[in-house]
Each structure stands twice: as structure tokens, then as C-alpha cells.
Design a protein around this ligand. Structure first.
Ligand code: GTP
Length: 595
């Protein structure tokens, strides 16, 4: 135990986490030259998941120093804010963290948010300035930023490059020197923290854990404390480049367990593994159920594909426990599902997987957040879909979720960033000058506004020089109204959205204009209207086409027409018949694209 070091790497996106990890694996000869390729730990493509090899969410290295052998466990942390709960569990499994800062970019939003997580868990921080090989590196400036942030000394900061290998030996030496070995009692009842899990179609769910106390043997009967489920530890082992079986693992070790679990839902990150016969007194603290934050309807383009879509969703859920879905129907779109996602990135991943792995042609509706509604008779209901809002006469008030966000940007862009945040109903909490050049803004914002085009706009107004991170802070009351869209007088429920009252009129107008652009002209005029309740607030008309372009199909060879339709379907021209109007997928997301 004395020679074990468990550490993670924390960094802002693209600051070089994976590349530096590659160098560590190379120098410790964990990966042979033959197997070495760029970003080994990231090599897991969506499809490769089906194979036996799995993405290592932890990797063990042997390292020799002064005739002593050390076992270094590098625990990978997902970088994106959607998965921040998982990051916090990975961090909880470590005693130290390498804090990597790109020497050309300096401290960014996720550098700070990840650092705070690491400090919360009392990790020993090793500051590293990466990409020192680049000509535009600004070591002095960035060093000062790091010192300001963590209060270390100049000489504590390791200058490194994942490209040339500069500083890598020093990093390994420093890990051994400053990261504490794990503490805990090997004789105590088993207490192991699940910090991650993956799904493998042959072997079921593989859970990754760190043993905080006690010892586990292959074949032991174990219990997962929070889910109360019991399993045989069919196989346990450590993670090298692949999985290596072991008969026994003890306090401080990081390993994996395979116990015939077939559904990802059964394994919850943050749960504690103990022995059935001699359980630990309490679970490791900090367990949380992950809750979806963003919701959207997913509908088959072809109603006949509904059951296939259900099967695809069930399969996806087997290996992604954070995906939730339940049947929903829409007057406009027919039968589909309301899905819950951790965030926008998660939503994109699921959409992509439905398409790539299941060849499902679906329409997704505008994402929205969940709202708490207090009714006039004193009840609280949570609504996951704007069209599910109770009648306005029965609503006492509506609460929406809020986030606290950190935005770091160049001082030149503060004005525009402030305007954007205020425009999105944000309130400024504080403003810190990191240097004369760079400022950190803390804003409280409604999550619902972030779901829309916030991130894209932030990137464009700051010319890419703004980084953004957030966490949930709770619900707050808001003056929201439902904005409905009607096509030829028929309400399209899938286009409804909840909007702040002050924005409803301009938003209604822009929605109508945008839909006019997106819906192709058809054989008749199409009226597009925006309404709040019974009140129409905006209107546009799409004029009919003069020439009948599909006429040549009629009366002709029917198989030719079918072929044409098939071709259209294959080409993923996502169109949905709504009443008598053909609406393309783009239109359902129109509200996201208003400029
Ligand atoms: P995410 O996995 O997206 O969070 O990024 P990451 O932090 O793992 O960064 P990654 O290692 O993928 O590196 C991002 C980019 O920077 C890649 O194009 C790398 O080739 C490049 N890069 C990483 N380290 C160095 C370095 O030390 N020098 C130079 N010149 N480029 C580097």
C-alpha cells in the first residue's frame, strides 16, 4: 500500500491531458512501442465498444525509483460538464491530481472548476504547464496565473510538453514524492467506491472501483450498498492496457469487477461495494443519483418504426444508465418518447448513436429543462415538456432550474459577454480580474437559456476566447408563458416552448420568420402563427409553389414513385407530415437557431 499512488489528470479541454497521459504510459513502458498510438486512452470509438477491448477509465503503471517499485494508478476523468458528477467520483478515488495548463492558453473555466473539485477532496495538486514546445507559449504569464490560483511556488510548477516529452520524468518523480499513498485498513470490512462503469456486450457491466478499506477475493459474494443488490465477484483484476485478472485486491488498489450484471442501471457510479457476509457499517459518502437536466421528444419519422425505436432505446439504456425515456405522444408527431439527458452533449451523443448503431431515422424536438409548477390547489408538479403544462388558470407559479456559471474571457470581450448573459436573463454574481488581460465572470443563469444557443453565441462573440463551465444551484420562480406555433391553424405541440414573458413577443416573431425560411414551399399557402394562449402574436405566410414538381410521378409507374420515396428516406431528408404540411427536422429545432 505504501508504494501505491492514485492520481488523476485535470485540465481544460484540449490542454493536452490525453497526450501527456500517452507519454506517461510510454515512459513507464505500460504500452509497448508497437501498441502506441496517439491518445491511447481516448481510442475508444463508439463502435469499438462492441469488441472485447474497452476504454480504460483507469490504467496501472509500474514505475521504478531508487530500487523501489511503485504502482501508479492513473484515473481518467471525463472532461465535459455534462458528466461532472462522474468527474467528482473519479476525483474521490484519488489522492493526487496533475493540474495541466496549456502554456499558450492559460487558466480556463474548466481548469478552475476541476481544480475546486480536487481541492474539495483534499487532493495533492501537481501544477504542470504543458505545450512548452510551442513558440507562442507564455510561461511567465501562465506561471503567475497558476501561482495566483493555487498559491504554489514558482519552482513547484513543472514545465512540460506532451509532444517532446519534456518534463515527463520530473512528473513521475513528483507523483511519487508528493502524492500520499492511500490510507485505509486492509483488515476492515470491504468498502470500495465505484467511480465508473462501462458496458460490454459480451461480459455485461464492468464496474471500476477503488478499495478504501478491506480486501476482495475473486468469487466473493458482494453487495452494492445503495442498490442493495448482491452479486458474485466472478472476475476481479487491474486495468493495464487491457484487463488483467487477479485473485485478490486490497486497500488502496484500483480495479475492475465483472459479476454478470446485464444492465447499466444496476451499477451506480458513487455506490459502495461491500461483502454480503461482513458488510461495512456505512456507504462511502457523496453518493448521488444522477438526474437528467435536459429533455426532448424523440419520434420515429415513420410511425411504423415506433417499436424498433423502443427496442433501440432499451438497448442504449443497457449501456448508458443516465439515459431516461418514457412513451409520449404528440398530436403533431404521433407516438414517440420523452428522453432525459445529462446535458446537450449527452443528447447529441444519443442522437448520433441512434443513427449510427440502430439506423433509426428520428425527429428530435427542441430540448427543454424541467419546470416545477405550483398549482392553485397547492400541489407541486414537475413538467418535462412544455405541452404538458396545466391550464394557465390553475397555475400559481412556475419555477425553473438555475445554474451558476464561470466564464473566463479576454478583457476585450467583457462587454459583449455581459450583454449576452444579461440578455439570457443572467445576474452577475462577481467579476474577478485574473490578470489585466483576463477576467472571470460569475453569472447565475436559467438553465433553459443555456439549452438554447448560448454556447454558440458565446464562442462567436468572443472569437473562441471564452471558456464556460457551470453547476446547478436550484430552482427559482420565473414569469414564463407557453409560446405555441400553429401551421394552417393547427397547433404543432412539438414546437411549443416555455419562454420568459418579456421575450415572448420578439421570440414569436422570430420563430415565424425562421420557420418561413425552413419549411419548403408546398402546393398551397401555409400560414405560420405564433400564439400565447388564444392570442395570436405573430404571423407569416409561405406562398404556394406554382409548378407541381412531383406531378411527373403521378399516373406513372408506381414503383418509380416508391423508389423516389425510398431514396428520400435513405438520404435522411427528415420530413414529417404535420396535418397537411411537410415539416423538415430542421424546423423542429428552429427555436435553437434564432439569430
Ligand atoms: P480532451 O480529451 O478533448 O479534453 O483534450 P485533452 O486535454 O486530452 O488534449 P489532447 O491531449 O487531446 O490535446 C489537444 C491537442 O493539443 C492535440 O491536437 C494535441 O496534439 C495537442 N497537444 C497536446 N499536448 C501538446 C504539446 O505538449 N505540444 C503541442 N505542440 N501540442 C500538444
Amino acid at each position: 500500500m505504501k508504494n501505491i499512488r492514485n492520481f488523476c489528470i485535470i485540465a481544460h479541454i484540449d490542454h493536452g491531458k490525453s497526450t501527456l497521459a500517452d507519454r506517461l504510459l510510454e515512459v513507464t513502458k505500460t504500452v509497448s512501442e508497437r501498441d502506441m498510438k496517439a491518445q491511447v486512452l481516448d481510442s475508444m470509438d463508439l463502435e469499438q465498444e462492441r469488441g472485447i477491448t474497452i476504454k480504460s477509465h483507469a490504467i496501472q503503471m509500474d514505475y521504478f525509483q531508487d530500487d523501489q517499485k511503485y504502482v501508479l494508478n492513473l484515473i481518467d476523468t471525463p472532461g465535459h460538464v455534462d458528466f461532472s458528477y462522474e468527474v467528482s467520483r473519479s476525483i474521490a478515488a484519488c489522492e493526487g491530481a496533475l493540474l495541466i495548463v496549456d502554456a499558450t492558453q492559460g487558466i480556463q473555466a474548466q481548469t478552475i472548476s476541476n481544480l475546486y473539485l480536487a481541492i474539495e477532496h483534499d487532493l495533492e495538486i501537481i501544477p504542470i504547464m504543458n505545450k512548452m514546445d510551442l513558440p507562442n507559449a507564455m510561461p511567465e504569464v501562465v506561471e503567475d496565473q497558476i501561482i495566483d490560483l493555487i498559491g504554489c511556488k514558482h519552482e513547484d510548477i513543472i514545465r512540460a510538453s506532451g509532444k517532446t516529452g519534456e518534463g515527463v520524468d520530473e512528473i513521475l518523480e513528483r507523483i511519487v514524492e508528493v502524492v500520499p499513498s492511500p490510507v485505509g485498513d486492509p483488515e476492515a470490512p470491504l468498502q470500495a467506491l465505484i467511480f465508473d462503469s462501462v458496458f460490454n456486450s459480451f461480459r455485461g457491466v464492468i464496474a471500476y472501483f477503488k478499495i478504501v478499506n478491506g480486501t476482495i477475493n475473486q468469487g466473493d459474494l458482494v453487495k452494492f450498498v445503495n442498490t442493495q443488490k448482491e452479486y458474485d465477484a466472478d472476475e476481479i483484476g487491474v486495468l493495464r492496457l487491457g484487463m488483467e485478472k487477479r485473485k485478490i485486491l486490497s486497500t488502496g488498489d484500483v480495479g475492475y469487477i465483472i459479476s454478470g450484471i446485464k444492465a447499466a442501471k444496476e451499477v451506480k457510479v458513487g455506490d459502495t461495494i461491500t461483502h454480503k457476509a461482513k458488510p461495512c457499517e456505512k456507504a462511502i459518502s457523496g453518493f448521488e443519483e444522477v438526474k437528467p437536466m435536459v429533455f426532448a421528444g424523440v419520434y420515429p419519422i415513420d410511425a411504423e418504426d415506433y417499436e424498433d425505436l423502443r427496442a433501440a432505446m432499451e438497448k442504449l439504456q443497457l449501456n448508458d444508465a443516465s439515459l431516461t425515456f418514457e412513451p409520449e405522444s404528440s398530436a403533431a408527431l404521433g407516438f414517440g418518447f420523452r428522453c432525459g439527458f445529462l446535458g446537450m452533449l449527452h443528447m447529441e451523443i444519443i442522437q448520433e448513436r441512434l443513427d449510427r448503431e440502430f439506423d433509426m431515422n428520428v425527429i428530435t424536438t427542441v430540448p427543454n429543462v424541467s419546470y416545477k409548477i405550483h398549482t392553485t390547489d397547492g400541489e407541486e408538479v414537475t413538467v418535462y415538456n412544455p405541452s404538458g403544462l396545466p391550464a394557465s388558470t390553475t397555475i400559481e407559479d412556475i419555477e425553473e432550474p438555475y445554474i451558476r456559471s464561470q466564464i473566463i474571457t479576454k478583457s476585450d470581450f467583457i462587454g459583449q459577454v455581459m450583454t449576452l448573459c444579461l440578455d439570457k436573463r443572467g445576474t452577475l454574481v462577481k467579476q474577478d480580474y485574473l490578470t489585466t488581460e483576463r477576467t472571470e465572470l460569475t453569472f447565475d443563469l436559467p438553465l433553459g437559456e443555456i439549452v438554447f444557443d448560448f454556447y454558440d453565441r458565446l464562442k462567436s462573440i468572443s472569437k473562441g476566447y471564452a471558456s464556460f463551465d457551470y453547476h446547478m444551484i436550484g430552482y427559482k420562480p420565473a414569469k414564463l408563458v407557453r409560446l405555441d406555433i400553429l401551421l394552417n391553424g393547427e397547433m404543432v405541440d412539438a414546437l411549443s416552448s416555455l419562454i420568459h414573458f418579456d421575450n415572448a413577443y420578439p421570440m414569436g416573431r422570430r420563430m415565424c420568420e425562421k420557420l418561413k425560411e425552413l419549411i419548403p414551399r408546398q402546393q398551397f399557402d401555409i400560414a405560420i402563427q405564433a400564439a400565447i394562449g388564444a392570442k395570436i402574436i405573430a404571423r407569416e405566410t409561405i406562398k404556394a409553389v406554382r409548378k407541381d414538381v412531383t406531378a411527373k410521378c403521378y399516373g406513372g409507374d408506381i414503383s418509380r414513385k416508391r423508389k423516389l420515396l425510398e431514396k428520400q428516406k435513405k438520404g435522411k431528408k427528415r420530413m414529417k407530415q404535420v396535418g397537411n404540411v411537410e415539416v423538415p427536422q430542421k424546423a423542429f429545432l428552429a427555436v435553437l437557431k434564432l439569430d
